[in-house]
Design a protein around this ligand. Structure first.
Ligand SMILES: [Cu+2]
Length: 172
């Protein structure tokens, strides 16, 4: 386990001050949310509506703007009893979720967590994920420390965040 360093703590404070103001929960939840932890830029965290007691998944884009590799080690939220990092792997004809110990973030690269791929699994929801609401999700990075982002809950079948301005909402 990496020990917390002064650098990581500093990164955490930097990230907190960079958090955007929270929009009212009934707003469209489509604002482009961006947060930063050290060299890691997190954009557009989103999820799908889900019932209390069930499970859900959070999706987001992670960009390592630094020159050093980092890793997403885990996450937590008051909205779920347990949070895991998952990937999807093919098992014969079906895709199955598999827990990942970490998600690698190579320097200068972007990693997209999305439906059908890597995701943050929210198990045992302690509250419903209501469309239009936001839920806090604290991400823990090996180097960059911790940052809390606001996950925008979309419709149950949503494929992604609505595009800013609505011009590119649905690609066919
Ligand atoms: Cu999963």
């Amino acid at each position: 386990m990496p020990r917390p360093t002064r650098r990581a703590l500093f990164a955490t404070f930097g990230a907190v001050t960079a958090l955007p103001c929270l929009a009212p929960a009934q707003a469209t939840a489509q604002a482009v949310l961006e947060a930063r932890a050290g060299a890691i830029v997190i954009t557009q965290p989103w999820s799908r509506a889900a019932m209390r007691g069930g499970s859900g998944a959070a999706f987001l884009t992670l960009r390592n703007t630094g020159a050093t590799p980092d890793r997403l080690l885990g996450a937590s939220t008051p909205a779920a009893g347990r949070v895991e990092l998952h990937s999807m792997v093919r098992d014969g004809e079906v895709m199955r979720m598999r827990e990942q110990p970490a998600i690698d973030l190579p320097p200068g690269q972007q990693v997209v967590l999305r439906p059908g791929g890597l995701h943050v699994m929210l198990l045992g929801l302690t509250q419903p994920l209501d469309r239009g609401a936001t839920v806090p999700l604290t991400l823990r990075f090996e180097r960059a420390g911790e940052v809390t982002v606001q996950v925008a809950v979309q419709a149950a079948g949503a494929a992604g965040m609505p595009a800013a301005g609505g011009a590119h909402g649905h690609a066919h």
